[in-house]
Design a protein around this ligand. Structure first.
Ligand SMILES: CC(=O)N[C@H]1[C@@H](OP(=O)(O)OP(=O)(O)OC[C@H]2O[C@@H](n3ccc(=O)[nH]c3=O)[C@H](O)[C@@H]2O)O[C@H](CO)[C@@H](O)[C@@H]1O
Ligand SMILES: C=C(OP(=O)(O)O)C(=O)O
Length: 437
């Protein structure tokens, strides 16, 4: 386990540029399997999960070339499907969540797709029913080996378009079904589709490869199947979760930070949610400027009741920023209810914040009330273990605002989704040291 040592209590200052979006990159990389032609992808973040998926693609026989930092060329003209039945695949495929999205493209193009139970954050139950029900609706047969926790779908005669109403607006589930449907015979209609910017970007990419998807950005996608897809060039959007993390970091450390090139039009409710916590954000071109603020006051509702920040499928507020909002509230003026509706175990990390002196009541696994200190009392440094990626970054933000030197173990969790984070934060004045085991 690698470790960060963080000397907290210092103001930061400067500019930070967000990396490419992790969750978009995972979808886009899987889509390269849909064509035998060259696909060039720009702004790929250099993070653990993405690098693991690139390794899986390489082992699947996809020709991969790094052209420049963040830019790769992929050509899946002669994939080695035998890898899907190897022990190596069982190990590699289960090490991240995003690997599940190779199934749809493989099924569509080669008539079969396999996957071991995928990894990702342990933040509650993470079922895959939506994915497989979608493939079955398109005509695939499904099998699951319970002992090996290995899933398989097959459609030797190809897939056929149909109408389907998803049981939930699953992000990776929608991406998987869309990637299967683009090569199916006839028309597929997907209602209750997820429509995060990650998915909008995936659909744009697929359309540029020759797919016929309409309704992009809504929860009703209509896909007219085509026989083949060609190559394309695609650029990944800035990571909105990183952007939200840096807003939280600026507020908690009372720092003046400019977040560069954020793609404002794709941030949805994120800026306004932080504004409701009293944080000043200014739009300057396509940048976000956050001035140094000695205090930020949580707004109540019009009727005077206490603000709730809750997650919801897009265009609702993303669940991946709730842990960060929670930590920011520990130093706000006022109180808030954080309601994490999607995941059952994502709020348990608040114990660590309580140890640091934060005033938080964990009402149940989904809800926590936070009573902010308004900087009248600083958090105390401590030693902690990062349980998941977003708790990890939240604890790092807490440590940077705390008095004294904190230690965070298991920072591999943070490295899953934040590129070179210690170096980038040191560049704006953070005192962080990494030690490898
Ligand atoms: C690699 C990747 O892209 N991971 C993201 C993806 O995971 P992933 O695609 O795995 O998450 P899903 O969208 O499938 O579901 C997330 C959770 O929310 C629940 N759920 C989902 C939709 C819904 O309408 N109602 C509902 O209760 C699901 O049961 C599940 O527990 O989307 C999640 C939800 O935005 C994000 O946290 C993850 O960062
Ligand atoms: C939950 C997350 O990731 P994953 O789905 O890859 O576990 C996340 O990015 O916050």
């Amino acid at each position: 386990m690698a470790t960060f040592q963080i000397e907290g209590g210092h103001k930061l200052k400067g500019e930070i540029t967000p990396q490419g979006a992790k969750n978009e990159a995972l979808q886009i990389l899987c889509a390269v399997l849909l064509t035998s032609e060259e696909v060039i992808i720009e702004n790929i973040p250099d993070i653990r999960d993405v690098n693991k998926l690139i390794t899986i693609l390489k082992n699947l026989g996809v020709k991969t070339e790094k052209i420049a930092k963040g830019t790769y060329s992929f050509k899946a003209d002669a994939p080695d499907l035998a890898y899907l039945e190897s022990e190596l695949f069982k190990e590699e495929g289960s090490s991240l969540r995003g690997s599940i999205m190779i199934v749809g493209p493989l099924l569509a193009r080669f008539g079969k797709g396999y996957i071991p139970r995928p990894g990702g954050d342990k933040i509650g139950r993470r079922r895959l029913d939506t994915h497989f029900e979608g493939f079955i609706n398109l005509g695939a047969t499904f099998r699951y080996n319970k002992e090996e926790r290995f899933y398989g779908v097959e459609a030797p005669n190809g897939l056929t378009g149909t109408y389907m109403l998803l049981d939930q607006a699953s992000v990776t589930g929608t991406a998987n079904i869309v990637m299967a449907a683009v090569l199916a015979k006839g028309t597929t209609t997907i209602y209750n589709a997820a429509c995060e910017p990650y998915l909008q970007q995936l659909c744009k990419m697929l359309n540029s490869m020759g797919a016929k998807i309409s309704g992009v950005g809504s929860n009703l996608l209509i896909i007219e199947g085509v026989e083949r897809l060609g190559g394309c060039k695609h650029r990944i959007l800035p990571d909105m979760i990183e952007i939200g993390s840096w807003i939280g970091l600026a507020a908690m450390t009372r720092s003046e930070i400019t977040i560069k090139d954020v793609s404002w039009n794709n941030l949805g409710l994120i800026p306004d949610t932080f504004r409701k916590l009293g944080i000043t954000l200014e739009q300057k071109g396509d940048d976000i400027f956050i001035p140094s603020q000695d205090s930020y006051e949580i707004q109540g509702y019009i009727d005077g009741s206490i603000l709730t920040v809750a997650d919801a499928p897009w265009p609702g507020f993303t669940p991946d920023l709730l842990s960060i909002v929670l930590v920011v509230c520990t130093q706000a003026k006022g109180s808030v209810l954080i309601h994490q509706k999607m995941f059952e175990s994502r709020l348990f990390f608040v114990d660590k914040l309580i140890d640091m002196g934060a005033k938080i009541i964990l009402c149940d696994p989904h809800r926590a009330t936070v009573i902010g200190h308004n900087f009248q009392s600083t958090l105390k440094a401590t030693t902690m273990v990062s349980p998941d990626i977003r708790a990890g970054i939240s604890l790092l933000i807490a440590a940077l605002s705390a008095k004294g030197t904190s230690t965070i173990h298991n920072i591999e969790q943070i490295d899953r989704g934040y590129e070179n984070i210690d170096e980038r934060l040191r560049a704006i004045g953070a005192k962080i040291t990494r030690s490898e085991p």
